[in-house]
Design a protein around this ligand. Structure first.
Ligand SMILES: Nc1ncnc2c1ncn2[C@@H]1O[C@H](COP(=O)(O)OP(=O)(O)OP(=O)(O)O)[C@@H](O)[C@H]1O
Length: 311
């Protein structure tokens, strides 16, 4: 388990993290989400003792990371896949890490196989693609068989097969009862992998929630209905306390009644339905809505394509 309480980190005039508290439990994949520059990497560095908080504290399984004598046995982390001496082979990089943490040499071969790098073990890391470097970083994190794993943007640079592989790996690590904490600025990625979410914006907690609860709390769920007798159906539904709005394409947008209730009301009146589709806000939409005000870097909308000049 990771527990952060009131974390604050300032860099000169930038307050990167402002009073952040959250818990990452064992046995689950927890996604750490926030727009660019919201303080995810800074928080992860504080968890690993690479940055000292200006206030607050963070513990890993009850102790600060720096309190562990053989940290790779406690926490495996991938923060920056390229932070590896380029002249070393993958094997020697891991062998050196294993030696310095009292980990048997046999683990090196095991983790290289686990991440699919066995055939590249003797290649220099400097020649690795980003995806291979990510896999090597994951191998290093797994080396000490730690109960807590942290990954900063782990799917960066991975091809679709690699992305599917890492999702499966993270789920199986959590299934073994480990604490798995991974950051991303993409909600779509988390929807496939995470059980829980810690969402931050501008260094502050926006919400800490289960993925299912996060979706259910989206207030914008409605049912889209198309009916040959729109006015009559609108009157029937309004009479039952539902709210009905007309969409630009003529369909009805109904809130305050379930699809089953709408279907039943139409059947009783003998009204034919052409469409009856419950609409749920996607995780991505809900996340964008929540973080809109906490996003520092907005792109402008692309300009509409201009019509070709008449000749
Ligand atoms: N070493 C540093 N010196 C000065 N400012 C820093 C430093 N590290 C981070 N910051 C600032 O702190 C804020 C949070 O940055 P951080 O890298 O933690 O965000 P992030 O959520 O990981 O972003 P991204 O998704 O883009 O990786 C940003 O404004 C960043 O510019």
């Amino acid at each position: 388990m990771i527990e952060a309480v009131g974390l604050v980190k300032r860099y000169r005039d930038v307050t990167a993290v402002q009073g952040l508290s959250f818990t990452v439990p064992a046995g689950a994949v927890t996604g750490f989400l926030g727009p660019n520059g919201s303080g995810k990497s800074t928080t992860m560095r504080m968890i690993l003792g690479l940055d000292a908080p200006d206030a607050g504290s963070v513990t890993v399984n009850g102790r600060p990371y720096a309190g562990y004598r053989r940290p790779l046995h406690e926490v495996g982390a991938l923060l920056d896949a390229r932070a590896v001496a380029p002249g070393r082979s993958a094997y020697h990089h891991l062998r050196w890490l294993a030696l310095s943490n009292g980990i048997p040499r046999s683990r090196v071969g095991e983790v290289l196989r686990q991440v699919g790098l066995a055939s590249a073990a003797r290649q220099r890391v400097g020649g690795f693609s980003l995806g291979m470097a990510q896999r090597l970083g994951i191998a290093a994190a797994l080396l000490g068989d730690p109960p807590v794993l942290m990954f900063d943007e782990p799917v960066n640079g991975l091809d679709p097969e690699g992305v599917a592989w890492i999702r499966g790996l993270l789920r199986s690590l959590a299934g073994q009862g480990r604490t798995v904490f991974l950051s991303s600025h993409l909600m779509s990625e988390m929807a496939m992998t995470a059980d829980r979410l810690v969402i931050i914006g501008r260094g502050r907690l926006i919400t800490e929630t289960g993925v299912a609860d996060f979706l259910a709390a989206g207030g914008d769920n409605y049912t889209r209905v198309r009916c040959a007798e729109n006015d009559e159906l609108t009157a029937v539904l309004a009479g039952r306390g539902a709210t009905v709005r007309r969409e630009p394409d003529g369909a009805l947008r109904v809130t305050g009644a379930t699809a089953d209730e709408i279907g039943e009301a139409a059947r009783v009146r003998g009204l034919g339905l052409l469409e009856l589709s419950p609409q749920r806000m996607s995780l991505e939409q809900r996340y964008m809505e929540l973080t809109r005000d906490a996003t520092d870097y907005h792109a402008t909308d692309p300009a509409p394509a201009s019509a070709p000049a008449a000749r």
